[in-house]
Design a protein around this ligand. Structure first.
Ligand SMILES: C[S@@+](CC[C@H](N)C(=O)[O-])C[C@H]1O[C@@H](n2cnc3c(N)ncnc32)[C@H](O)[C@@H]1O
Length: 218
């Protein structure tokens, strides 16, 4: 156990780390502003950067994402994957897709994105390719379903990353409102399933809103 369990989540440290992050370029800053203005739940900056660094470090070339929103995480992943990287992403929202496509064009990444309009639980079973990296970031109650469907498509040695596993503190603490109950309870169950999964070596990191991070071992 850590000597000081709450060390990295104290406000002072969190603010320091936030200020330490490298500046977003103008396109990413515009996306962050758009998300804030329209209340679109994009990944925290440190999570997005973690995705880019992981894609680059693992030399991932094919990634699958569940839950695209305006494409903020997609742009980070593809920047980490390089010009021969390809990313399959899934989102049911026309509004999100329209916004994301505009950003992909401006980022010069449109040709590298294979965008499926639909629900991840329905789209993943139609996929046949093999992936190096899986990013789960859609309906919290469905995380286990996404993992079960997508894990056979991930190569051994491939990486799984899941966002929001601490769900604003609710997973380890009190549930704030009735409408958060199902998602929080699902994430509590998912976290145990994820870290004990026989095909994964995995843990939950205190990064962003709680980041699941695992590697497929068999
Ligand atoms: C948290 S946001 C994704 C943020 C994005 N990954 C990022 O960091 O920029 C969740 C997205 O999942 C989408 N979504 C909702 N239900 C879904 C489903 N069943 N399958 C896939 N995506 C879904 C929503 O439309 C929303 O855009």
């Amino acid at each position: 156990m850590k000597a000081k369990l709450d060390a990295i989540i104290q406000r002072e440290q969190a603010e320091y780390l936030d200020n330490l992050l490298p500046a977003s370029d103008s396109l990413l800053a515009e996306m962050e502003d758009y998300a804030a203005e329209h209340r679109v739940p994009i990944a925290d900056r440190e999570v997005a950067l973690f995705l880019e660094i992981t894609a680059r470090a693992t030399k991932a070339k094919r990634a699958l994402e569940c839950g695209m929103a305006i494409g903020y995480s997609v742009i980070h992943l593809l920047r980490g994957m390089g010009s021969d990287g390809r990313l399959v992403t899934i989102d049911p929202s026309d509004e999100m897709i329209a916004a994301a496509e505009g950003y992909f064009d401006r980022a010069g990444l449109r040709q590298q994105v294979d965008l499926h309009k639909g629900y991840a639980l329905e789209v993943i079973p139609q996929l046949t390719e093999t992936f190096d990296l899986l990013f789960i970031d859609a309906v919290k109650e469905e995380y286990r379903g996404y993992l079960d469907l997508a894990l056979p498509l991930l190569r051994t040695g491939g990486v799984v990353i899941c966002d929001n596993l601490l769900w604003g503190g609710q997973v380890a603490g009190e549930i704030r409102s009735e409408d958060q109950k199902a998602s929080t309870e699902a994430l509590r169950e998912f976290n145990h399933y994820f870290v004990n999964h026989p095909q994964l070596r995995a843990q939950v990191l205190a990064v962003g809103d709680g980041l699941g991070y695992g590697v497929k071992i068999e």
